[in-house]
Structures are given as C-alpha cells and as structure tokens.
Design a protein around this ligand. Structure first.
Ligand SMILES: Cc1cc2nc3c(=O)[nH]c(=O)nc-3n(C[C@H](O)[C@H](O)[C@H](O)COP(=O)(O)O)c2cc1C
Length: 378
C-alpha cells in the first residue's frame, strides 16, 4: 500500500511506502500484469520496466505501450535510463505531465556490455560531474514528483562509485538512493555485499537508503535491514514466479504469522491469471508465449517432472496453457526448505567494457557519444 505521508515508515518524497518494500524494476518482468499480481498481495511500491529517455522524447510506440498503467494502479512508478541531462529533463517532463507518474527511478546500474562500452549504465557514475548534472536535470524537471537513483557498488572493486554517487545524488535532491550491493563486474554472481549498503546508509544523512540484492524471503528482508540499517528493501529475483512473497513481507512487517506457500493448484491459478492479465495488453496468443518465461520460476521447488515443465515452457495458446496446467497435481505442496530457492539471473563475474580512456575524463560534464542506445537490465 502506498499513501500520502503519515507517520514515518519509508518515505520517498511525499509517498509513504508501507511495508518498506519495493519491487525492483526488471525488464520483461515488471509489466502491468506482474505489478498487479504483486500489488494484490498487499505491499509496497512497484516499479515498472525501464524505459529510455531518448525513446520517450521520440514518442516511440513500444515505449508508450510499456508506460501503460495497470488498471487501478494507485501509484505510477517508472524507471528511466538516460545519459544526456537535457534529454532526461525532457523525458521526465513527459512522464510527469503527460503520463502523470508519481515516482521516477533513474537507472545507473545496468552492466550490459553494449551499455557500459559506451559509458552508460553502471559506467556513468565514474563521470561524476555528468552524473550530478543528469540527476539535477531530472529532479528539476520532476517538480514535486520524487526522483530516486538505483546504483551498483561501482564498476569493479578497484573502481567503486557508490559513496560518491550516493552523496552527489543526495546533494542534487533525490528522494532516496537504492544500492544493488554488487559491482557491475560481479553481474549477479556471489553474494550481494550488504556491508556496502550499511556504509552508504552511514554516509547519507538526509535521504532514505534502500538495500537491494539477495532478498529471497521475508527473513532476508528483515536481516538486511538489521544488518545495514537501510530504510527499505528492494526485491528483484526473489519475486520471480512468487508474487505472494509480498504477502509474506507484509505479514512479517506487521508481526503476523507468515502465510504458507501456495499449493501447486493455487500456483497454477496464479499462472492462469498472470496470462489473462498479460492478454489484456498483449492479446491472448502473445500472452501465452510471454508467460513461458515465468513458468519455470513459478514451478521452482515444486516436485513437477521435467516433461511437464518442458511442455509448459513451450505452450503456444491459452487453451494449451490451460490443458497443461490442468495436468498438474493441484494438491502438491512446496517441500520444506525450497521456499526461497534462487531463480533468475546468476551469471558473472565478467570484466566490464568501458570506453577508451574513460577513467582519464572523470570530470567531463558531457554525455558520452552513442550511450543513449536502447538498453535494458540493471
Ligand atoms: C530479469 C531481470 C531484469 C532486470 N532489469 C532491470 C532493469 O531494467 N533496471 C534495473 O535497474 N535493474 C534491473 N534488474 C536488476 C534488479 O532490479 C535487481 O537490482 C537485481 O536483480 C538484484 O536484486 P535481487 O538480488 O533482489 O534480484 C533486472 C534483474 C533481472 C533478474
């Protein structure tokens, strides 16, 4: 639930986020359909898929489609990627004035080689003057709408940017800073290093710090907050195929007993509903294909054989999806200990491509050429 400010829990500008839990932006995942499923579980703030500032100001059709709100969505939260302060400012104005968004998150964590190679994503905070200009432009254009930044720890351990970028963002007026506690070089490998979140929390005096990385359960969320002092947690892969994680988080923060994981019958019901919600924007056939990427995540941990999984991962039509789901045993329960099995990206480490002589020009205030290119991921 997000309401206007009352007693302090997690406040992102005028938004009160209770419990202090945010669904991380995930390309191809945090669609209106998935955000609806998560929101119905009753928690937090739900960030949309990333859109690029360039595509937004050029009124790209696909981008416009990605910005469509979920029906009844009370708070519109959008992640934006951009490298040019003036383009970012224009894009933020479009988001606020034309789309009525309530929250803009700036992506400075993308580790994709095609992005960092041009100086974008996680490479950008190295150019600290430019970073500050982009944040200032976004905050200025947003007016009363809160702007946040999402960072990684840096390019690699020898090139950390999190503290400098966090402090700069705070100075430029962001409403919160999120840290995914890995470097770009790490990608998704190893454990997230929550101590970096604690360090950032100690350094920032005026804005909330949101911790991100390896929250797979309500216990993890509480442990991250206890270990780091962070003001809220951002959950990515832990929610893949598990929108009910938000019900667990809500229960945990309210001091209620945690709900049991759903039976396989209930999971199948959620898959059907997910596909139906996707169909509202994509049409039934594209939705049946799109749901395939989620099915493996939904079934993670359940004792479903490889043949049933394979067939579900290849469905072509809503009718076939229905048939395959009906063939599952609805009474199956999740074996103890499999509640929080990892899912989603796990690759890395991998050396980070940077533009030539990128480090020598850290004070360069101008956007790197060609880094506006479409990109996704963080
Ligand atoms: C499929 C997928 C897509 C992602 N897309 C984005 C994105 O568009 N923007 C972004 O800032 N982070 C993106 N991320 C990173 C997540 O927001 C998050 O920072 C990361 O997964 C670490 O959190 P976790 O351990 O809770 O998953 C993506 C992650 C995944 C798994």
């Amino acid at each position: 639930m997000v309401t206007l400010l009352g007693p302090p829990t997690l406040a992102i500008g005028p938004l009160r986020v209770e419990p202090p839990v945010v669904l991380a932006p995930m390309a191809g995942v945090t669609t209106p359909a998935f955000r609806t499923l998560c929101r119905e579980q009753g928690a937090g703030l739900y960030v949309s898929e990333m859109v690029t500032a360039r595509a937004l100001v050029e009124d790209n059709v696909r981008t416009r489609r990605m910005l469509a709100p979920a029906p009844g969505e009370p708070v519109r939260s959008v992640q934006l990627y951009g490298v040019d302060p003036s383009v970012v400012a224009r894009a933020v104005r479009v988001l606020v004035e034309d789309w009525g968004v309530d929250h803009v998150d700036l992506n400075f964590g993308c580790p994709a080689p095609k992005v960092t190679r041009k100086g974008g994503g996680a490479a950008l905070p190295v150019h600290r003057v430019l970073f500050g200009r982009i944040v200032r432009a976004a905050v200025g254009a947003a007016g009363p709408v809160p702007v946040t930044v999402k960072l990684r720890m840096g390019v690699h351990d020898g090139l950390r940017t999190d503290l400098t970028a966090g402090l700069t963002a705070e100075e430029e007026g962001v409403a919160a800073v999120t840290l995914h506690a890995r470097t770009a070089e790490q990608l998704y490998s190893g454990r997230a290093r929550w101590e970096a979140i604690a360090e950032l929390k100690r350094a920032l005096r005026h804005v909330p710090v949101l911790g991100n990385g390896d929250v797979w359960s309500a216990a993890d969320a509480r442990a991250m907050q206890a270990a780091t002092g962070c003001d809220g947690v951002v959950v990515g892969r832990g929610a893949l195929g598990r929108p009910w994680l938000f019900a667990e988080l809500a229960a945990s923060y309210a001091g209620r007993p945690l709900p049991s994981p759903p039976t396989l019958g209930a999971v199948a019901g959620t898959i059907r509903r997910h596909a139906a919600l996707l169909a509202e924007t994509l049409g039934p056939l594209t939705a049946a294909r799109d749901i395939r990427r989620h099915v493996g995540w939904y079934l993670t941990g359940y004792p479903v054989g490889p043949s049933a999984r394979r067939k579900l991962a290849l469905v072509e039509t809503p009718e076939e999806l229905d048939r395959r789901l009906e063939a599952l045993d609805p009474a199956l329960v999740l074996p103890a200990g499999s509640e929080a099995l990892p899912r989603g990206h796990s690759s890395g480490p991998r050396p980070v491509d940077l533009p030539e002589r990128w480090l020598e020009h850290a004070e360069d205030p101008w956007p790197p050429a060609g880094a506006d290119a479409f990109a996704s991921g963080g």
